[in-house]
Write a protein that binds this ligand. Structure first.
Ligand SMILES: [Fe+2]
Ligand SMILES: [Fe+2]
Length: 204
């Protein structure tokens, strides 16, 4: 990646904050009384966003921080991601009408909110204090890797967004989280994405 592109990239800390905002916004759109289809779409969308975000942090952000920041918060970050992955696996394998679905979703929400609070009050400020000169380059690396991770899953994202929006829900989650990946991978995955959109727009 050229150094100019790296310098122009948003900082990795701001990209992480943006991801957090979109996931938390999506959480607050989940309602007990929503249709099963909407709940499935919202849950699938949140799960996918968390998976990609966690992998990006583990591959790019946490290794850079471990070199300069010795902290219990940082040491427990990946185990906390693993707890989220466990809840995500449970949600994916559970029918929405299972009596435990809502509680499992809210359990995931609690884990994520706690984890995000630690990152935003401790880890991100530490990064901005300790490695300010690296934040744009790390942001550029994160963007590149996001495209690689999100592109192949664009049809999955389109499907979940279509379901979650079926009653007018405004899903901000996908727009910034993965929209860049859509644009950058449109050529490679455009056909699959277009057919998924068409399928789900007919179904809504
Ligand atoms: Fe994290
Ligand atoms: Fe995070």
């Amino acid at each position: 990646m050229s150094s100019l592109l790296s310098q122009l990239s948003p900082s990795i800390t701001n990209m992480i904050r943006l991801d957090h905002t979109h996931v938390l916004t999506a959480f607050h759109q989940y309602e007990i009384g929503s249709s099963e289809r909407q709940k499935r779409g919202l849950a699938d969308n949140v799960c996918l966003a968390i998976e990609i975000h966690a992998q990006l942090e583990e591959e790019i952000f946490y290794p850079a921080m471990r070199l300069v920041y010795d902290s219990e918060i940082l040491r427990k970050s990946t185990p906390e991601h693993d707890e989220m992955r466990g809840l995500i696996a449970r949600l994916r394998n559970m029918p929405v009408n299972d009596p435990a679905f809502d509680d499992t979703f809210f359990d995931l929400m609690r884990h994520v909110m706690h984890h995000v609070a630690d990152e935003e009050t401790m880890v991100l400020p530490a990064a901005e204090r300790l490695i300010p000169e690296q934040l744009s380059e790390l942001g550029a690396r994160m963007t590149k890797r996001r495209v690689e991770l999100a592109g192949p899953r664009a049809p999955e994202l389109a499907s979940s967004m279509a379901k979650s929006m079926s009653a007018g829900t405004i899903m901000g989650l996908g727009s910034m989280m993965l929209a860049g990946a859509y644009l950058l991978t449109r050529g490679k995955y455009g056909d699959r994405l277009a057919s998924a959109r068409a399928r789900f727009s007919r179904a809504v």
